[in-house]
Write a protein that binds this ligand. Structure first.
Ligand SMILES: [Zn+2]
Length: 296
């Protein structure tokens, strides 16, 4: 089949030659106009359909964003109420701690006073001079009893002190590193309009600065993990865990016990970090809490 196009009287004509026979199609100005209009109408319809589709798509996205905003607001409200609860808990704990310290101080004073009174008692020499031997034995017996009682009191106080010292050592309130706070815990709103929830406290210091354990505990993770880069997680008991991220070096191993203030690694910028800093996180029973409120 052969096809040829010729322009005739400003209209397009298509001549087809098929098996030696000539067929003429779409000739004439009217046919051409009709064809042009049909194509224009078709494009117009397609344009309207496309525009409507885009509109629907945009409205759906907007509705979804609105839903996100609503959910985010609810989340913020939840975090705020949780924060208020934690603050209350923190206040109660502080009050309880102060009360216990006062009680311990009072107990210690009693122990010290008792010891001082015991030493002030008449010496054995004076006892011999003023009383009978039997009385001296009775006196020493009495002193022995007092010493025993004193010893038992001291043991009790010692145990209580150890118990509270352990609890204080396991509370992650020691600053792991000092430096400028470049980002606090909570929602961050960027100038670009983007918002995100910052899960910890960013403390900037030069790469290589030593990082210390915020409390006594057991290293439950030490290695590389996504945006956190090289990081360490320490479990302190009583539901508390702390994370030290973007490190340049890790000096502890999983399963290792560390004491409050022990050197565990160095500040770095591994993972998703824009400069040398420590990203420090605190969790209580798995829930992220503001490290600034926990640190001393
Ligand atoms: Zn951070």
């Amino acid at each position: 089949m052969k096809q040829e196009k010729v322009r005739e009287d400003k209209a397009v004509c298509i001549h087809l030659t098929f098996n030696q026979k000539k067929i003429e199609l779409n000739c004439g100005r009217r046919t051409y106009r009709w064809l042009c209009r049909s194509v224009m109408v078709l494009f117009l319809i397609l344009g309207i359909v496309f525009f409507n589709m885009q509109q629907t798509k945009g409205l759906t996205a907007l509705a979804m964003q609105k839903q996100d905003v609503q959910q985010t607001k609810q989340l913020v409200a939840q975090y705020e109420s949780q924060m208020a609860l934690l603050e209350k808990q923190n206040q109660l704990l502080t009050e309880f701690k102060e009360k216990q310290v006062q009680q311990l101080e009072a107990k210690l004073k009693t122990v010290v006073d008792t010891a001082a009174n015991t030493l002030k008692k008449p010496s054995l020499k004076n006892l011999v001079a003023t009383t009978s031997v039997a009385a001296v034995y009775r006196g020493t017996d009495d002193i022995d009893k007092q010493i025993q009682s004193l010893q038992s009191q001291m043991d009790k106080v010692k145990n209580t002190i150890t118990k509270y010292a352990d609890a204080l050592n396991a509370f992650p309130d020691k600053w792991p590193v000092y430096g400028d706070i470049t980002s606090t815990f909570g929602w961050r709103h960027w100038s670009s309009g983007w918002s995100d929830f910052h899960t910890g406290l960013d403390i900037a210091n030069s790469c290589g600065t030593p990082v210390y354990a915020a409390a006594k505990g057991v290293v439950v993770f030490a290695g590389r993990e996504g945006d956190y880069g090289l990081n360490i997680i320490i479990s302190h008991g009583n539901g508390y865990t702390t994370r030290y991220a973007h490190l340049s070096y890790i000096d502890v191993k999983e399963g290792q016990t560390v004491l409050k203030g022990d050197y565990i690694g160095n500040v770095g910028e591994t993972g998703f970090a824009t400069g040398c800093h420590l990203h420090f996180e605190v969790r209580l029973n798995g829930t992220l809490i503001d490290p600034y409120k926990v640190l001393d």
